[in-house]
Design a protein around this ligand. Structure first.
Ligand SMILES: Cc1cc2nc3c(=O)[nH]c(=O)nc-3n(C[C@H](O)[C@H](O)[C@H](O)COP(=O)(O)O)c2cc1C
Length: 285
């Protein structure tokens, strides 16, 4: 009996080590894992999927995913987000064009577009013939974007636990007004990002992408950068190894990250997001 228990514990520890090793690109990772279960395994196994089979989602899956989204915490229970489920091929194709022609949008049977949505509360207030000035502030718009992100990440976790694959589509913010027009959004609703969902194509598998060493993101009590340069140098090497293993051109993470944000021209038109949000009805005071 205790032999079985030991064998189970060893298998669990090995599974945890394997997942953490992949997450940090370090087979010798030393992170003690006091607790491990299927949820932990699902979260640690995350990888974005950009290749889908044409297989439709099962009846009822959309409703389950939205229930998962609505189970996320929401600022002051205001629930200032919404989601649009896009399944029509032509509409997905038009949205893909607005998002740098990303083919995974066309391949996925379902595209969820998450919105920061203050419009519902403006209607609620109007029905009471009351004015709610709070909708005009940056923080309220931010609440919508934060709530939308939390809701979407619950969808990702549940979808992955069901064997589905997902990829976020931040590029929907490249042309927010055009996306809003395509989805017939009311004033005070703005696209935060898309989430393409479908069955991963086994012929085009993806791997877990390693993250920065924990010492770079975890600060204890106060912020510190003493270990940062060495950790980032190490991560530059780890990520290049990962890129080579995926037949991608190797480029250090630090260079990639700096190039991605080097100037307004590298932001894929998102340098004008404030102006776009104002056009969509957000005052952002
Ligand atoms: C808000 C957000 C927007 C993203 N937008 C895109 C996108 O437009 N296209 C894409 O292929 N991946 C997109 N991604 C996926 C990231 O590139 C990916 O999460 C990151 O490279 C880490 O890889 P992983 O998810 O496989 O671990 C986005 C991720 C987030 C969180």
């Amino acid at each position: 009996m205790s032999q079985h228990k030991n064998a189970d514990e060893n298998a669990t520890a090995a599974a945890a080590r394997q997942l953490l090793g992949a997450r940090y690109g370090d087979a010798d990772i030393r992170i003690g894992v006091p607790d491990f279960n299927e949820t932990v395994a699902t979260v640690l196994s995350h990888r974005s999927v950009r290749a889908f089979t044409p297989q439709a989602l099962r009846e009822g899956t959309l409703a389950l995913l939205v229930a998962a989204a609505q189970s996320a915490p929401t600022s002051s229970n205001l629930q200032v987000w919404s989601v649009i489920a896009v399944e029509e091929a032509e509409r997905k194709a038009r949205l893909a064009k607005l998002a740098r022609n990303q083919q995974q949008i066309n391949e996925a049977p379902l595209l969820l577009v998450f919105l920061s949505d203050l419009s519902r509360l403006s209607r609620v207030a109007a029905a009471k013939t009351e004015r709610i000035e709070g909708l005009e502030y940056l923080d309220t718009a931010l609440m919508g974007f934060i709530d939308a992100a939390l809701a979407a990440q619950n969808v990702v976790t549940v979808a992955e636990s069901l064997g589905l694959g997902t990829v976020y589509i931040g590029a929907l913010r490249n042309h927010p007004e055009a996306v809003a027009a395509e989805l017939a959004l009311p004033s005070l609703a703005a696209p935060a990002f898309g989430l393409a969902i479908g069955h991963p194509d086994p012929a085009r598998p993806t791997a877990v992408k390693p993250r920065l060493p924990q010492s770079t993101v975890l600060h204890r009590e106060t912020y510190g950068t003493a270990e940062e340069p060495a950790a980032i140098k190490r991560y530059d090497e780890v990520l290049q190894g990962f890129q080579l293993s995926q037949s991608l051109a190797p480029q250090p993470w630090s260079s990639q990250a700096v190039n991605r944000l080097s100037g307004p021209e590298s932001l894929s038109r998102r340098d004008r997001l404030r102006e776009a949000l104002r056009t969509l009805g957000f005052a952002l005071r």
